[in-house]
Design a protein around this ligand. Structure first.
Ligand SMILES: Cc1cc2nc3c(=O)[nH]c(=O)nc-3n(C[C@H](O)[C@H](O)[C@H](O)COP(=O)(O)OP(=O)(O)OC[C@H]3O[C@@H](n4cnc5c(N)ncnc54)[C@H](O)[C@@H]3O)c2cc1C
Length: 128
């Protein structure tokens, strides 16, 4: 049956959606599916239409694009180009990435650079 033949093709929750969009009777035997129906299913799979209807709100938000422009920050030290002795790291910067560790990496890497930047700046201050 068509409805039992899609397990390897789609995630479980997507199967009823694809069956519905395909217009093929879910009880149809696989060997009775026509070439046209098969082509339609292939088209649907390769060009699946998705309409975004909105975002899920602040409580589920993952990343905030901060207000500090990276153009105003020295990337080697994370020190402000506008105000000496002020350093930035992480989400306060106007960068954001897709989820998957990239935002955490931004936070860690900029913090690492800022920590070194602060140390360097303190050493230079001691010397002068
Ligand atoms: C639910 C959720 C899931 C996420 N999942 C992922 C993911 O899977 N992968 C990924 O890469 N990123 C993910 N992120 C984003 C990532 O966690 C953040 O981008 C990252 O932690 C930002 O680090 P940060 O140090 O810049 O800011 P924060 O971690 O927000 O640290 C700021 C700190 O400052 C403190 N603070 C604020 N105001 C003051 C003040 N006035 N005085 C003193 N302290 C103050 C806060 O309490 C906080 O501890 C997720 C975020 C959320 C909310």
């Amino acid at each position: 049956m068509f409805r039992n033949a899609l397990d390897d093709l789609y995630p479980k929750k997507l199967i009823p959606v694809m069956i519905s969009l395909s217009g093929i009777d879910e009880n149809k035997k696989v060997n009775e599916i026509s070439r046209t129906e098969r082509s339609h299913l292939v088209e649907l799979t390769k060009k699946f239409p998705v309409t975004l209807t909105g975002i899920r709100g602040y409580n589920e938000a993952i990343i905030t694009q901060g207000g500090i422009s990276v153009k105003e920050v020295n990337p080697a030290t994370m020190e402000s180009k506008l105000v000496k002795g002020v350093f930035f790291a992480g989400e306060v910067l106007d960068v954001d990435a897709v989820t998957g560790g990239f935002n955490l990496q931004i936070a860690w890497s900029t913090a690492y650079a800022a920590a070194h930047g602060i140390t360097k700046s303190q050493e230079e201050e001691k010397k002068s």
